[in-house]
Design a protein around this ligand. Structure first.
Ligand SMILES: Nc1ncnc2c1ncn2[C@@H]1O[C@H](COP(=O)(O)OP(=O)(O)OP(=O)(O)O)[C@@H](O)[C@H]1O
Ligand SMILES: [Mg+2]
Ligand SMILES: [Zn+2]
Length: 180
């Protein structure tokens, strides 16, 4: 199933670029504060920011991940995430109660934008479980242990507690960042 559409991927990529261009111009002209002329397209929302990408929610409730930069190969990008998900599917590795979101990669003039199913879940708090477990134990056991197991099962070294969500209605974990 295809997630999102090229027009929306293009729209949000355009926005991010125009915004960046505006900010750069402000910096070179030594403006005191950013002059906000470039507006987020109507009905869109910024839902999350990572070290490499920003996630926007479209009016159709689809996530679009735009990279902070397309200037050079930089860390965990959208191609990397695409390759990782495909490799994991091909490897047929699975873990009960854990799934990957539906996704579609759009390539616009050689620049990838990742469209992904919007996951409405809760992030686990795992930093409170180093000595004894103090977490919400979403699926019956310590979330820290669950994350460790997910990380090892799928070889995802960057699986921190903002890269995976628990969806209570489905009783399922969903890995939302498969970048590394
Ligand atoms: N499918 C999704 N559904 C809901 N929220 C999402 C989804 N994908 C990303 N987000 C939100 O956007 C944030 C940044 O996205 P993501 O983790 O993919 O970026 P990243 O730059 O690769 O992150 P990192 O810093 O972990 O490398 C996430 O932490 C999360 O809050
Ligand atoms: Mg992330
Ligand atoms: Zn715990």
């Amino acid at each position: 199933m295809i997630v999102g559409n090229a027009r929306d991927a293009e729209r949000i990529l355009r926005y991010v670029k125009d915004k960046k261009k505006e900010t750069d111009e402000c910096v070179t002209r030594n403006f005191i504060g950013p002059v906000r002329r470039v507006k987020m397209p109507e009905g869109w929302e910024l839902v999350g920011r990572g070290s490499f990408r920003i996630a926007y929610l479209s009016p159709d409730r689809v996530i679009y991940k735009v990279q902070h930069t397309y200037d050079y190969e930089y860390g965990q990008n959208n191609y990397g995430e695409f390759e990782n998900i495909v490799c994991i599917f091909q490897s047929r590795k699975t873990m009960p109660g854990v799934r990957f979101p539906k996704f579609t990669l759009y390539e616009l003039s050689g620049q990838p934008v990742m469209a992904m199913e919007f996951v409405k879940g809760v992030f686990p708090e795992t930093y409170i479980c180093y000595d004894t477990c103090n977490c919400q134990r979403f699926s019956g056991k310590c979330n820290y242990e669950t994350l460790t197991e997910i990380r090892e099962t799928f070889d995802l070294f960057d699986l921190h507690d903002r890269n995976v969500m628990f969806v209570p209605e489905q009783g399922e974990w969903v890995i939302i960042d498969v970048g590394a």
